[in-house]
Design a protein around this ligand. Structure first.
Ligand code: PLP
Length: 393
């Protein structure tokens, strides 16, 4: 059940819902691996694609299907495949469309595991890759080769919240016949619509804001039906990165409250970024909702909201950053993000520890850099927690 005329909040409560013969209010959890057929002929027809229906939950499942349809309605996509994790979504979206001898250009500021897939894994299978500073469109142009098939980027980036002009990258991709894959986790599906900006494929780690309460891992790939049929369909069925029905059910419930949570977390993040700015002990605050963000003009063009994340550079390097984290009482030290609980991490020693120091510095990840994911606690409590920890350094 989905209508094109529904606004976002309505779509997120009702979109994609199908009901069983019991007419349940809440989405049913179909915790099943397989499906039985009325007859041998019915099984044959379903395998031939002549009759509608489910075959095996590695391919599709009614609860997962509801989640995929609700995500399609939210994103404005024709089709989707939900995956077990965000990394399953990223790796499937990239690997399903390349072969040995193809070339991929990716922005160098990527989530750690995404960078490993692009730099290390693809190379093993003969796919050439070039990493660029994605903030300048000229770098993308210079990296193009005759065999360039895919552009891959994340915006805002993890952890330093750099922003890439998605429409400009998509225009270039269309000129050379390449496809743009956008990892839209940090923007959330509410604040940025990559498909409307010209991107061809959008991926999420639904582990983050879509679950939003720190419970289940998940991911999703969204695109045109034709691209999914031609590239992802067989890859997905035969390599098996599918989402579990239980996790899809949890994600459906997460989507119902997504706008309420993200709005509240973004309001808190904005207040926290403002409170941190200019404070003694804080070198720099990077927040996509602030006028002093280096790419505020692109943000105004492609995002309809800020972020639930704030990047902070603490004066005094690793020692001060560790002392600050250890002094926090409400904000917990964790490398996850998008949770109802506020979480903080020191990228140089956790999420980005595998990068060479020069690569880290190139991305603006210094010894004092911290990434704060703002949760649903009272904003005043969070600001007091930060104040207390800053004075403890
Ligand atoms: C978390 C994250 C991923 C990976 O998602 P998992 O669900 O942990 O596999 C990929 N990209 C970005 C930007 C992320 O934040």
């Amino acid at each position: 059940m989905t209508s094109k005329t529904w606004r976002t909040a309505t779509t997120l409560v009702h979109g994609g819902t199908t009901r069983s013969q019991h007419g349940e209010t809440s989405e049913a959890l179909f915790l099943t691996q397989g499906y039985v057929y009325e007859s041998a002929e019915a099984a044959e027809a379903r395998f031939k694609g002549e009759a509608e229906g489910f075959i095996y939950s590695r391919y599709a499942n009614p609860t997962v299907d509801m989640f995929e349809k609700r995500m399609c309605a939210l994103e404005g996509a024709e089709d989707a495949r939900a995956t077990a994790t965000g990394m399953a979504a990223v790796s499937a979206a990239l690997l399903c469309q390349v072969k040995a001898g193809d070339h991929v250009v990716a922005a160098r500021a990527l989530f750690g595991s995404c960078r490993w897939v692009v730099e290390k894994l693809m190379a093993r299978y003969g796919v050439e890759t070039t990493l660029v500073d994605g903030r300048d469109i000229e770098n993308w142009k210079k990296a193009v080769r005759p065999n360039t098939k895919v552009f891959f980027l994340e915006s805002p980036t993890n952890p330093t919240l750099e922003v890439i002009d998605i429409a400009a990258v998509a225009t270039l991709a269309n000129e050379i016949g390449a496809r743009v894959v956008v990892d839209n986790v940090f923007a959330t599906p509410l604040f940025q619509k990559p498909l409307e900006l010209g991107a061809h494929i959008v991926v999420y780690s639904t582990t983050k804001h879509i679950d939003g309460q720190g419970r289940c891992l998940g991911g999703v790939i969204l695109s045109e039906k034709e691209w999914i049929d031609e590239n992802l369909h067989d890859y997905f069925r035969h390599t098996g990165p599918s989402m579990s029905p239980f996790n899809a059910w949890t994600m459906l419930k997460g989507l119902e409250t997504l706008p309420l949570r993200v709005r509240q977390q973004t309001e808190s993040a904005t207040r926290i970024a403002d409170a941190l700015d200019g404070r003694k002990g804080v070198n720099r605050v990077i927040y996509p909702g602030r006028a002093d963000h280096p790419q505020a003009n692109i943000i105004a063009k492609q995002m309809s909201g800020g972020s639930t994340l704030v990047a902070i550079d603490i004066d005094g390097g690793k020692e001060a950053a560790f002392a600050f984290q250890n002094a926090l009482e409400i904000i917990r030290i964790s490398n996850n993000l998008g949770d109802a609980k506020s979480l903080i991490t020191h990228p140089a020693t956790t999420t980005h520890k595998n990068l060479a120091e020069e690569d880290r510095l190139e991305l603006g990840i210094g010894a004092g850099t911290l990434r704060l994911s703002v949760g649903l606690e009272d904003t005043d409590d969070l600001i007091e927690d930060i104040d207390r920890a800053l004075s403890a350094i």
